[in-house]
Ligand binder design. Structure first.
Ligand code: ZN
Length: 655
């Protein structure tokens, strides 16, 4: 796989969406059994794709299938052509359906309306050569029905309604319920809620509730139940994966997941989650099942999702070094000694790389995971918390080609540092912030953080950030092998200050103030250091060709300012000094200079960066010899539409 700097992370951009690729570092160093296990788990991940589409809206698969058929045959046809820009709008609409796993926007859940005309649709639909799907008698034809679904604002305008003044179930287009209203759903499930149980099952998690012949029943997602054809495939691949498991524990875990898919039994689901969370030694790991309930307006039913990953040894080593040296950092922090912790324990979290994303985790994906969701399992068995290294890296790298760096960093050498060391620097910052910063320091006796009220959380974020920033430029970083050169720390200082003073404002509307804790914290830190270092020109704001820039002139002095501010922020927290906290934020962390803000927004808007990103998967290709897998090759995906069509053709088990 190509790991050179010029690797193209951004594949394409349309409407409000960017399609990115992620790399899979060191995949070739995995052994054959591990690669084979990943391959089988990946097949299980792709096999559930149609479930997510169908859960999102009952007619998603029909719409996708009809549109794909027209799309595939269009280019080879002579007749029924439309204007090129109209066809482009048709293609864009289909791409957005793929991106959102249905016709509702992945983020807002509002219906996405076609930008091509109904007239275009009527011409294009004449090219349809596919299955004769059935359609309701109220419509003249299949195409008339699909047209209504796409264009009519009365039909399914929102996937998940949050308007609690109305019936949440009837107002939501999501396919978890049919012919039942909210009161009926609540009435139905009240009989199953185990109020007194210490280990309650996740009632209603894996089923659709439907009124049939005036009787309300659950259609359970399982083998020989709802979604049988897709689940049969998932089970088929999980069985193969089980035979390649790395350990007895992992084999047992996969066996329980198979049993869950076979029976739909939610007690088995809990057993599976306990086995999964206890299997901390697994090098190859996965998420597979009905997991998150954000897609249900009642927060009960889960959407199908899957991820296959392996531990990033290098990155996990980093978090382990930091944790095991936690006491050294605390002893050497610039904080007043009464407010230092005498006994620190660092927090370890695993870092992973994903190899395949599926269901609700695809194409848009999280950069961290913390599962399972059941509270009682989390309490008595813990949870797995992971950061996804290669996804975070891809976001970072794609950001570099967005034009942001060129627009906002005037100094060429600074740009070089950020390009070379920026990703490493920001990962290290995150580790120091999470593993050390939040856990450091102690309160004065009899004081609680409640005294700090609304400033408690920006102060806490400032404390963790400053801890990370202060130590990032410590010689100990080089000593411990956490960085190889000081420029890594310099890249982080430069990005942090620029973000705090300028670039984070691109997310704020003109005239607004900063509200969010992280944003308040970043501006407070940057603006405080700017003012305190002003006489010595530590940080410089300057204009060049009518554009505003910032640069750092003295990194060591900036480090010592970070140290001073850390000491003060820790004092404020330890003593519960509300007045000092309020003053710090109201002076440096809330107000925005409108003139500067408008200039930054203007420059940002010209870059035309789409606000949402999603990914394509790498292609896993098994190499067979005498019927056995002898290697698995990893190939970069070059074309988004091609991958989507390939998935529909090869994993379209429900249409
Ligand atoms: Zn934090």
């Amino acid at each position: 796989m190509n790991t050179k700097a010029e690797y193209n992370f951004l594949l394409e951009q349309f409407d409000d969406v960017r399609i990115l690729r992620y790399q899979v570092p060191n995949f070739e160093h995995l052994d054959l059994q591990q690669k084979t296990l990943i391959y089988y788990l990946s097949q299980a991940t792709l096999s559930g794709r149609d479930i997510t589409f169908d859960q999102h809206f009952a007619h998603n698969l029909l719409i996708r299938s009809v549109l794909e058929n027209i799309y595939k045959s269009y280019l080879s046809l002579e007749k029924h052509k439309v204007e090129p820009q109209e066809f482009e709008l048709f293609e864009q609409y289909l791409k957005k359906i793929w991106f959102s796993n249905g016709i509702h926007h992945h983020n807002s859940t509002d219906k996405i309306y076609p930008k091509f005309t109904r007239e275009t649709w009527r011409i294009l639909s004449k090219n349809y050569k596919g299955k004769k799907h059935s359609f309701p008698k109220s419509h003249a034809s299949l195409f008339n029905f699909v047209e209504d679904l796409m264009f009519n604002p009365e039909i399914a305008p929102k996937r998940v309604s949050q308007d609690s003044s109305r019936d949440l179930v009837s107002q939501s287009a999501v396919n978890f319920y049919e012919n039942v209203n909210q009161a009926e759903v609540e009435q139905f499930y009240s009989q199953f809620i185990q109020e007194n149980s210490k280990e309650p099952i996740s009632v209603g998690l894996n089923s659709k509730l439907i009124r049939h012949n005036n009787q309300i029943t659950e259609e359970v997602y399982k083998l020989n139940g709802k979604y049988h054809n897709a689940i049969e495939q998932i089970v088929f691949w999980l069985q193969k994966a089980m035979n390649e498991a790395e350990s007895h524990e992992q084999k047992h875990t996969i066996a329980l997941l198979i049993e869950f898919y076979e029976t739909g039994d939610l007690g088995v689901w809990d057993q599976y989650n306990i086995a999964w969370v206890n299997d901390t030694e697994a090098h190859i790991d996965f998420v597979n099942g009905f997991i998150e309930t954000y897609g249900d307006p009642l927060g009960m039913k889960a959407t199908w999702e899957s991820i296959v990953n392996y531990k990033d040894i290098e990155a996990t080593r980093r978090t382990e070094i930091i944790s095991s040296n936690a006491q050294w950092f605390e002893d050497h922090s610039p904080v007043n000694s009464p407010y230092k912790k005498k006994n620190v324990t660092g927090v370890t979290a695993k870092a992973i790389n994903v190899v395949q994303l599926g269901g609700d985790c695809f194409p848009t994906t999280p950069i961290g995971i913390n599962l399972p969701n059941a509270d009682w399992i989390r309490q008595s068995h813990g949870s797995k918390s992971v950061t996804i290294e290669n996804i975070a890296y891809a976001y970072d790298q794609a950001g570099k080609t967005s034009g942001m760096l060129e627009e906002f960093v005037e100094n060429e050498q600074e740009r070089e540092w950020i390009k070379k060391f920026g990703a490493q620097a920001s990962n290290l910052h995150t580790d120091l912030h999470e593993c050390l910063g939040h856990g450091s320091g102690q309160m004065a006796e009899g004081i609680s953080t409640e005294a700090l009220k609304n400033y408690a959380s920006p102060l806490e974020e400032a404390r963790a950030d400053l801890y990370a920033l202060y130590f990032m430029m410590d010689d100990q970083m080089l000593e411990l092998g956490l960085i190889e050169q000081q420029e890594t720390a310099m890249a982080e200082y430069s990005s942090y200050i620029r973000n705090g003073l300028l670039t984070q404002l691109v997310r704020i509307k003109p005239g607004d103030q900063l509200e969010q804790a992280h944003m308040r914290n970043r501006q407070m830190v940057a603006a405080w250091c700017f003012e305190k270092g002003f006489a010595n020109n530590v940080i410089e704001k300057y204009q060049k060709e009518g554009k505003l820039y910032v640069k750092i002139n003295d990194f060591q002095q900036l480090r010592s300012l970070f140290g001073q501010l850390l000491r003060e922020v820790q004092r404020i927290k330890s003593e519960g000094d509300y007045e000092a906290g309020r003053k710090l934020f109201e002076t440096y962390g809330v107000k925005i200079n409108l003139e500067e803000h408008l200039e930054i927004l203007d420059r940002f808007n010209k870059l035309k960066i789409a606000p949402y990103s999603g990914f394509v998967n790498p292609i896993l290709e098994p190499i067979f010899r005498d019927g056995h897998i002898v290697d698995v090759r990893l190939i970069d995906c070059e074309n988004y539409a091609e991958q989507m069509i390939y998935y529909s053709d090869n994993y379209g088990f429900l249409i």
